[in-house]
Design a protein around this ligand. Structure first.
Ligand code: FAD
Length: 391
């Protein structure tokens, strides 16, 4: 077992750190305040391969493993949580197209998404199907070589500003939609196809540098060649996308927690109360010690889950769920503790802590809530027992 990073991994991390310091960190507060989606910066990210991190090289992507991608994503999230989180969703959708798309679909969509000139959204959640995503009701009715899509998706990241949608819908072959998860197929759809309309930009607590909208599909025609995988494989494909997505969101929490901790370490050494720096109080020292310990523990879990996904380990989904639960809870807690250490200043927008708290909060909710992560973990544990199978 070797915990040291290779020279190549160090190089990717360094490139990401420089990009983050130059292109993300200086603008994050303004993007948040003005709700600006920095498409120009996403294009620059595409130029260095960050919009196609784990898309295979054979398909034109950077071709990194999930562990290497996590090293990059953590550095980017240190600079701007919200923009990086969008980049991870784009990466997930592109990976699904590259991995499960027909050559025709890849030729039509991949190139622009890899370069960052075009952006992608992942469309699973519906008004009545959130945690119970397999109960989704959007229907793709098959007519010869075409599907006709009807339905509504909600809370879609990037929607209205993206160019390509990966959509999960229930196939209807002869007038009755196929029930259950095996009735679901995935499709790639141009975001401006006739019949697609967008809701208002949702006003959110955080993640303000990216829009979130509902999408309505009304008789949207999709060529059969734009289906990802076989008919009925869509839910499995969506969940496979999310295994990596959960590691990515967990990683966004790591990067933000590190930024919050860095900020707190500097502040407690400068700020004086009772004639001494805050850092001289042992309770403050212990708080910092716990923050770092929990951050390092979460980072190890995320790296282990990413490594398992790279190895094709049958327990990769389980480890992704554990890493997502642990790291996103840790990320919110560390950001909140860092805010507390700043006292009233932490609550002011002049400092980045309140933004870190708002941005990390949603990581406990999306890509499967942390309660759903516990459902996945406990179901597996009770089925297998804590034996060799899940170690
Ligand atoms: C900012 C933002 C961006 C998003 N981006 C996207 C996106 O790009 N694409 C996309 O498809 N979706 C997206 N989502 C949707 C997100 O994945 C869902 O909000 C999430 O899966 C939860 O679904 P829900 O909101 O319907 O909550 P519900 O499923 O209604 O859950 C409500 C509460 O009940 C709990 N609960 C539900 N079932 C159980 C259970 N079995 N056991 C215990 N507790 C349970 C949940 O944990 C939660 O606390 C986004 C959401 C947000 C807020």
């Amino acid at each position: 077992m070797d915990y040291a990073l290779s020279e190549e991994q160090e190089a990717f991390r360094q490139t990401a750190r420089e990009f983050s310091k130059r292109e993300l960190a200086p603008h994050a507060a303004r993007w948040d305040a003005e709700q600006l989606f920095p498409k120009d910066v996403l294009k620059k990210a595409g130029e260095v391969g960050f919009m196609s991190l784990y898309t295979p090289r054979a398909d034109g992507g950077l071709g990194l493993g999930r562990l290497d991608s996590s090293l990059v994503i953590e550095e980017l999230a240190h600079g701007c949580t919200s923009t990086t989180a969008f980049m991870t969703i784009h990466n997930m959708a592109l990976w699904m197209i590259a991995t499960f798309g027909t050559q025709l679909a890849k030729d039509a969509f991949a190139e622009g998404l890899i370069s960052g000139e075009k952006l992608a959204s992942y469309c699973l959640t519906e008004p009545t199907a959130g945690s119970d995503a397999a109960s989704l009701r959007s229907v793709a009715r098959k007519h010869g070589n075409t599907y006709v899509l009807n339905g509504t998706k909600v809370f879609i990241s990037g929607a209205g500003a993206t160019d390509v949608l990966v959509v999960m819908a229930r196939v209807d072959i002869d007038g009755s939609p196929v029930p259950g998860p095996s009735g679901i197929s995935s499709f790639v759809v141009p975001a401006d196809a006739p019949g697609i309309s967008y809701g208002r930009n949702e006003q959110k607590m955080g993640w303000n540098s990216q829009p979130t909208r509902a999408i309505t599909f009304e008789d949207v025609e999709i060529p059969a060649a734009h289906r990802l995988g076989k008919e009925g494989e869509g839910f499995r494909i969506a969940m496979q996308g999310l295994d990596g997505g959960r590691i990515n969101i967990a990683t966004c929490s790591l990067g933000t927690a590190q930024a919050a901790l860095d900020q707190a370490v500097g502040y407690v050494q400068e700020r004086r109360q009772f004639d001494q720096p805050l850092a001289d109080f042992q309770s403050v020292q212990f708080k910092l010690a716990d923050m770092l310990t929990e951050l390092v523990a979460a980072r190890q879990m995320v790296h282990l889950a990413a490594w398992k996904l790279d190895q094709g380990d049958p327990n990769a989904s389980l480890y992704s769920a554990m890493a997502k639960r642990f790291a996103t809870d840790m990320g919110f807690q560390v950001a909140n503790e860092a805010l507390q250490l700043h006292g009233g200043y932490g609550y002011m927008k002049e400092y980045p802590l309140e933004r870190h708290v708002r941005d990390t909060r949603v990581h406990q909710i999306l890509e499967g809530t942390n309660e759903i992560m516990r459902v996945i973990i406990s179901r597996r544990l009770l089925m297998e027992g804590a034996n060799e199978v899940i170690r």
